[in-house]
Write a protein that binds this ligand. Sequence first.
Ligand code: BGC
Length: 763
Amino acid sequence: MVGKLMTALSIALCLTAASIAAEPHPPASHRIESLLARMTIEEKLGQLTQLPGGRQKAVNSRIDDALRERVRRGQVGSLLNVAGADATRALQRVAVEESRLGIPLLYALDIIHGYRTIFPVPLAMAAAFDPTVSERAARVAAVEASAAGVHWTFSPMVDVAPDPRWGRIVEGSGEDPYLGSAMAVAQVRGYQGDDLAMPGTIMATAKHFAAYGAALGGRDYDSAEISERTLNEIHLPPFHAAAAAGAGSFMAAFNTVSGLPMHANRPLLTGLLRGQWTWQGPVVSDWMGVAELIPHGVAGNGAEAAALALAAGVDIDMSSELYFTQLRAAVERDPTLLPLLDHAVRRVLAAKERLGLFDDPYRGADPAREAAVTLSAEHRAAAREAALRSIVLLKNEGGVLPIARTVRRVAVIGALADDSDSQLGSWRALGREEDVRPLLAALRERLPEGAELVHEPGASPHSDDRSGIPRAVEAARRADLVLLVVGEDFDMSGEARSRSDLSLPGAQQALADAVLDTGKPVAVVLMNGRPLVIDRLAARAPAILETWFLGVEAGPAIADVLIGRAAPGGRLPVSFPRASGALPFTYNRLPSGRPADPDITRDTVRYHDLPVTPLFPFGHGLSYTSFDYGSLAVDRASVAPGESVTISVTVRNAGRVAGDEVVQLYARDPVASVSRPVQELRGFRRIALAPGKAKRVSFTLTPAQFAIWDDGRWRIEPGEIQLMVGSSSADIRSRGAFRIAAEGEGHAPAAALATVTREETVR
Ligand code: BGC
């Protein structure tokens, strides 16, 4: 046993010694170097120590005399779960006026989709297929949070999530690395603006590095058992995009990748992120992530865990305090750790410098400003717009939606219809239930004069109680139209909220069956933080509207879409499976030698007991109108690496109402040195079109966007690239192709590279 423990530690130290010379040097300034020269080891360890100043739902609750004393002694570099201009200013004063070196504190909070003005959950905003929505949401959050003294958010979560059983899918942008990269960049820009020293900005964190979304079986915290190629082509691109966009910090993930826990993963944290990608910010551990190296089985005790994490490239120890309590002795035992420690301190101080904290430690924390901007009318309006754009119409047979003006009696059935709390999602920062405008009230306000609305909860997601179903059925019988509001509540997705069965929880399926048995027209309104298995609902209900959890303006946004005041235009950022047993099932899978065939008598890559397609494919979403696509124009037949090709298509609103179309470009490399995905998203553009109007949408790409990860490099292979443009991954309207003329090399993950898109009105 002792021998084994020694081995783990010596591996850490030996890694350290061997690679110190190659350690990427963080940015250094005169101020930082002079501080570093004066710091004691305890003060250095203090900068690497992050303590909770409160709890997630009770910020500041741990700020007491003991904490203030630790700040005074320079034992704390950053705090999480603190907010509010007065509270943050008061504690900052202790740091800058009463500690020996006067180094300001860095305040962090999980601001995931809004600070007080809660926006749609990130998965919903990804469904907007419009990065400006995510950017604006992040901007609003940054304005509110910075006025409240917060400097740093643990967002965006850019984990690609191929398996919706993983509850944290709600926090990210779904299953696709290209869409995920676009959303990552948008959020980093929104939080950080052009310059982190400017007012109204906060530092972003790209998390959880890396492959956290690849958790086996969709079980949160489980291992990522993936190939190098999948790691590089699917999971890493959004991180690269965030790094290239200047994300101020990264957070290490809880999971292992190929057996190596990320908090000890020097090849990825230091070799790739800092070495190859030349990114220079601080890496923060996840909550207790350093200490978890012990149960992971790579460290025998806290000292080994701390040394391993530091050597790997984790700069800030969130909450475990192992850096503070253990690293001093480790450094004394092995002085080769000292340069690593200094580098980590440099990175923390550089982040503080980048935020302008040395020049203004209070950095916009201002009670008057806080009161003026928090949940302002302007911010609410932005949240409403985001909510509207995030809604996805999955099915609409017979034009059940929008609600016809002739409808006199509407029965709203389902407990979620009145669940304001759930609209805040799994992370809500300072969001409050009473800020939420729920669906029922908003619908009541909007229904035409004389129309009647009744609500029957019927059944809820978190209980098997069926006693309310008969009353719900009665209400349905008396109605002209039923709005059946079902799904998950906010606490069924999110961290540690993996589910093995994604069918409707509680007695909701029984409720749905009973209501559908009445034969009344039913429009389903889904509320959820992940794709659900709704095959039975989809087979019977004529209309389904996906509304996720939409934040403070959820009710008005959903109601506007239901009555047709606004048109739904969002798209699925993730496939909806037909059964939980079909997971994971992503649209961008590799072809098989025996492609799936609907004919069950043939032996192909499929389940015998399920159709070969998903229930709703990636990119799917309908409108109240329809769109015609022209043929695809490709401006050149052959493109050399370094050159670009432009693909364009004209799209016309063929219906009688205005609507938004998300024009999607997919590509495929049909013959390559390795099997390539059947489709990969390589561009999208959400356009608004009045009835009869048309726009020409163009996409400009380069061969590097098709580069293949090949043993440490991005190889561009010559040959044909097939193009598919359409309304979803399964609704391709127009095809084309070009050739990559010669071999070449890319310098970034292909999916992280943005396609330049344009739209112009066609007369
Ligand atoms: C989560 C992170 C989060 C951190 C701090 C952890 O449990 O994995 O995403 O930022 O807590 O609240």
